[in-house]
Design a protein around this ligand. Structure first.
Ligand code: UDP
Length: 261
């Protein structure tokens, strides 16, 4: 059975994707990534130190970790900040660990030197796929930060081995589709989040039936959709990283244009 998507997209079509670099000038690298109406601020900060456990265990090299949070006004109903509730939400914790694993899979930590890179992903607007946008934008922020370290002569070799991105695929109304927004996500019988490198390797696949089961054929269809989406994302990431290096970037003007103002 096949039916049209509510926003008119083809089953294998991504939402409009954009990257606006340098939105947080104090970070070593930052980008506002949009997957349609899902918008996430991703920022990389460099700490010239490593976690205590690395020193205790005499582990060489550096570390990379991530934090994820939804801003209170990112959802239709205000979402309390974790700090106000006194504990980190289980979902946020799962997502930030996923972001960290995804980025560490493509980072040669031994080339980082004795430093920690923090990737902060703060959701400005949530409309499905905030974790996939966070990984994809987090990788761009990381590349911008590492380029800056290289230019400052602080690194001998570039630690990022390849780009990583993530995209969702799911079964909605019996049809496998790519990059679900919230309307599709809440109706999906199956939801997959697929993290892939620019070489087409899988880093992580999170997939589950929601009060439903799925067949091997459906799973293959979703992985095929994700592979196509990931290749498109990588091309856009490369362009964004290259453009971020150019001094022209007026982040405020780009933001205004992105928000149609
Ligand atoms: N969502 C929300 N409030 C929450 C959690 C999720 O409004 O506390 C919405 C939001 O639009 C999010 C979507 O539900 O993007 C899907 O959430 P999910 O946990 O599947 O993660 P995501 O798709 O954002 O990675």
């Amino acid at each position: 059975m096949s039916s049209a998507r509510h926003d008119g997209r083809q089953p294998d079509q991504l939402r409009p994707i954009s990257f606006i670099p340098h939105v947080a000038p104090h970070a070593a690298g930052s980008v506002l990534v949009s997957f349609g109406n899902t918008r996430v601020i991703c920022a990389a900060t460099i700490d010239e130190d490593v976690p205590r456990w690395m020193k205790m265990q005499r582990v060489e090299g550096g570390w990379l970790t991530a934090e994820y949070s939804m801003l209170p006004y990112s959802t239709l109903e205000r979402k309390d900040r974790d700090i106000s509730r006194g504990k980190l939400d289980g979902r946020s914790s799962e997502i930030q660990r996923l972001i960290g694993r995804a980025l560490r899979a493509v980072t040669d930590l031994s080339k980082l030197g004795s430093r920690t890179i923090w990737i902060d992903c703060d959701v400005l607007q949530a409309d499905g796929g905030t974790r996939t946008a966070s990984i994809t934008g987090g990788c761009v922020a990381l590349a911008i930060a590492l380029n800056k370290l290289m230019a400052a002569g602080k690194l001998k070799a570039f630690p990022l081995t390849k780009l990583v991105s993530a995209i969702s695929a799911g079964v909605v109304n019996g049809q496998p589709v790519l990059d679900l927004d919230y309307i599709e996500d809440k109706d999906a019988s199956v939801d997959f989040n697929v993290v892939m490198t620019e070489s087409g390797e899988f880093v992580e696949v999170q997939g589950s039936g929601e009060e439903a089961v799925f067949t091997g054929a459906e799973m293959s269809a979703m992985l095929e959709l994700a592979t196509k989406g990931s290749a498109e994302l990588v091309a856009l990431q490369k362009k964004a990283i290259l453009e971020a290096d150019k001094p022209s970037g007026d982040a405020l003007a780009s933001l205004a244009a992105a928000f149609g103002r």
